[in-house]
Design a protein around this ligand. Structure first.
Ligand SMILES: C[S@@+](CC[C@H](N)C(=O)[O-])C[C@H]1O[C@@H](n2cnc3c(N)ncnc32)[C@H](O)[C@@H]1O
Length: 265
């Protein structure tokens, strides 16, 4: 028995800090999402829930402006800044520790807010509504979020995501939420299976093998890994019903403003 005290946050940090991505995604999908934007006027970008910044470095290769990554796990931000340094991007790509729910930025500072795999942690509509205030008018929000692809919603999947502090909605629900939050949807597309299996689950399983060796006999670590293995099983069984979608929108009105809202009556 190993009684070492480990929190879930410790385990998430230890397994994910060395991974390229901390959630499903791919360079191809980041580039595809970027192709819907007019990059010419983009000079200030925020990448929220940036993790160790794999997608941020892709953005930096297409967009010439300054990019700030934000994440609440300091170890991820350290890796992010090391990556920026290695790629000689440190003058315009910088990672900061902070909360996506209470952004430490100026109002209307950004031309683009990017976020892959993170917004569901605070709620799709809530996040987009809060972030709206930090975007210039006509600025873009480009985010991925897990969602239902079909009208069948297996209860095991529903329960898993709720227990993880998130929740799934349909793509149509999220498009309406994006409009309510003040954005005109520009494009929505789903992420292919490899974004989960090859790019996230496989490297995570390797990292978790090493984790179990380092913390042999620790019940918290074992339960943590078991839960992640269950996530892989669920995905393999029900992947036709859910997955990630990219949502790209353009700010058309301020947060809480009625301007441009469709009203009935
Ligand atoms: C699934 S990972 C995605 C990371 C990265 N964007 C990627 O696609 O590889 C979600 C990230 O959001 C961060 N995160 C979750 N809730 C947050 C919050 N309230 N404020 C800041 N970061 C948060 C986590 O620390 C984690 O790095």
């Amino acid at each position: 028995m190993n009684n070492e005290q480990l929190s879930i946050l410790d385990l998430i940090t230890e397994t994910h800090a060395g991974l390229e991505r901390q959630g499903p995604g791919s360079t191809e999908m980041t580039v595809k999402a970027l192709s819907f934007l007019n990059n010419s006027g983009i000079s200030r970008v925020a990448d929220l829930g940036c993790g160790t910044g794999e997608q941020t470095m892709v953005l930096a290769q297409t967009i010439s402006g300054n990019i700030t990554g934000l994440d609440f796990i300091p170890a991820f931000v350290d890796v992010f800044n090391e990556k920026a340094m290695k790629l000689d991007l440190q003058d315009r790509v910088n990672g900061v520790v902070g909360s996506m729910e209470n952004l430490p930025f100026e109002k209307e500072e950004f031309d683009l807010i990017w976020s892959e795999g993170a917004i569901d942690a605070i709620g799709f509509e809530k996040g987009l509504t809060h972030w709206n205030g930090f975007l210039k008018m006509n600025g873009y929000a480009s985010v991925t979020c897990p969602c239902w692809f079909t009208d069948e919603h297996p209860v095991e999947v529903e329960r898993f995501w709720a227990d993880a502090g998130s929740g799934l909605n349909t793509i149509q629900h999220n498009i309406s939420a994006m409009q309510r939050a003040g954005y005109a949807p520009i494009a929505v597309f789903t992420l292919p299976e490899q974004c989960w299996t090859d790019n996230y689950f496989a490297p995570r399983a390797e990292a978790e093998k090493a984790l179990l060796t380092r913390h042999a006999g620790n019940k918290t670590a074992e339960a943590y890994v078991k839960n992640d293995q269950y996530e892989v099983e669920l995905y393999s069984k029900y992947k036709q019903h859910y997955g990630y979608a990219f949502y790209i929108g353009k700010k058309r009105r301020g947060p809480g403003s009625n301007e441009g809202k469709i009203t009935s009556g």
